[in-house]
Design a protein around this ligand. Sequence first.
Ligand SMILES: [Zn+2]
Length: 373
Amino acid sequence: MDLRLIPDPPATESPIGRALTAMAAGEPVVLIDDRAKVPAGFLVAAAEAVSTKTVAFLVRHSSGLLCVALSGSECDRLDLPPMPGAGQSPTQFDACVTVDAANGIATGISAHDRARTVALLAAADSCEGDFTRPGHVIPVRYAAGGVLRRIGVAEATADLAQAAGRRPAALFDAVVGLRRPTELADPCELREFAESHDLVTVSVSELIAHRLSLEPLVSRRATTRLPLRAETMHAIGYATVFGEEEHLALVTGDPAGLDDVPVYVHRECLVGDVFGSLRCECRHRLDNALATITAEGSGIVVYQKSNSRHTADASSPAQLSEEELFPFLAANIVQDLGVRSVRLLADQEPHRNAFRLRGLPTRMHRLAVTAIS
Ligand SMILES: [Zn+2]
């Protein structure tokens, strides 16, 4: 990948930049889960850097139900099985059996005791014998791939800790209302709370945008030569780094290092692509795009396969939709092919935006839709 095309890291004064600085220093941050059905706010902190004072602060201002997001492999290593019934609904997190530190604590419930338990959960050298079960801290297994795989508070906090350079173990707890302590804090109260304690506020949407814009999203797999249209193209397979979804780049010539490379992004349409259905323009658009890049001697068609994971859960708030995710995957595929700037062969506004956010200079070029016989 041409790293010159990756934009600079977030400015330190941006919400995500300030949140990562605070997390790296072990300070708590207010995370707004604006993607949940009922938006809520959480106090979150990198577990390995957290002090007893910070745990006391969390306990004082939150529900008191301290959770620590851990990877599946850490949960397995520390023998933390799922709590019976956990993770039944797609929006629910995967809670494990509760734990306390086996040594160095009194009853386990004080901030001091819970800080020790949290530190042990985050330590690379702790082991299953360091904990007693049940206890007063809830380990939560987050989905590998974080918010790009599942949009949840456990995934978001672990992502923040990791992006801050800390181990992906993160403490989180829901903030309670300032004026209505019997309820969770509403968005107004969350802002007020963060301001009064000089805490950084960051939203799950901001974290998702940060990851989609800056991180490697795909990795290159097999390349095959594909005779097509009296021309030999290269078909290059890509897989997402946070899942198993696969996409394809059809490449003519060698676009690496070139400017104004024609690029067309196509989303799989079985009835159109394979059977030439007249109910949509998919087949015509694909044919035209392939004809265009063949005629120009250099270009890319990104063919994105619809995946049951996304389509089946399109209505679920717990996963990114294809509409949201695919333009960024396409941009990263084009980046991986090393082009300097792009001419998008269609009116694909979300794609132009994604390409721009990933630092790829892009202009639009309307693709004429005419039948090719
Ligand atoms: Zn179609």
